[in-house]
Design a protein around this ligand. Structure first.
Ligand code: DX5
Ligand code: ZN
Length: 217
């Protein structure tokens, strides 16, 4: 099953419940929450309290993407807030295997995100501890950026790595996904499609979600 994960980064946060509901009506499978600390990325967003608010607004799985330094410090807070899958950045973690184990112990799916400059192969020794591999198709930090074409090659490499290592992690793509870029990402083998501005900056949030959902269905 292919998964559409609208990112609330681009949503009207003054009306989070309604925005999530519109995405849900449109066919959202997961709700993606982008946490930024102003250090790992040059932007600040929100932390566990907004994830908790999203938890109250929907029963859909909450897919939390930590773009923060020292994520180990906050794993429990995000678990308590109602996170279903928790993704840390490979570039931000020293003992990645330990972090992934801890995320699972806390009852969440374990995810690792890699920047456009990080090779897929860096994850080859932890594939069995991995539920989700998030390939950044823009440099993390902001919504509304242009899709980096080289990401398609990385998705194919991730599909190969999964096969070679007999693993079963989902492959997620994040950044610059719209009704055009979603097609090559789908063809390359992505399972989860994060979409921010193409859904939440649209005049009709539900219709925009449905259009993308129908492409990956
Ligand atoms: C970027 C975030 C993305 C962002 C994507 O750093 O990780 O999840 O919301 O937004 P769009 O779809 O507008 O590129
Ligand atoms: Zn994200």
């Amino acid at each position: 099953m292919k998964i559409l994960a609208p990112s609330i980064l681009s949503a009207d946060l003054s009306n989070l419940t309604q925005q999530i509901r519109l995405a849900e009506i449109g066919g959202a499978d997961w709700i993606h929450c982008d946490v930024m600390d102003g250090h790992f990325v040059p932007n600040l967003t929100f932390g566990p309290i907004i994830v908790k608010a999203a938890r109250k607004a929907t029963k859909l799985p909450l897919d939390v993407h930590l773009m923060i330094e020292n994520p180990d410090k906050y794993l429990e807070s995000f678990a308590d807030a109602g996170t279903n899958s928790l993704t840390v950045h490979q570039e931000a973690v020293i003992h990645l295997d330990r972090t992934l184990t801890k995320i699972k112990e806390l009852g969440m799916k374990s995810g690792v995100a890699i920047n456009p400059s990080t090779p897929v192969d860096f994850l080859k020794d932890i594939t069995n501890n991995l539920d989700l591999l998030l390939i950044m198709s823009v440099n993390p930090g902001f919504g509304g950026q242009k899709f980096i074409q080289n990401s398609i090659k990385k998705v194919k490499e991730a599909v190969e790595l999964r096969k070679k290592s007999n693993a079963n992690f989902l492959i997620e793509i994040d950044g610059g996904i719209n009704n055009k870029t979603i097609r090559p990402a789908l063809a390359a083998g992505c399972d989860v499609f994060v979409v921010g501005s193409s859904i939440f900056k649209s005049d009709n949030v539900s219709a925009a979600a449905t259009e993308l959902k129908n492409i990956i269905r």
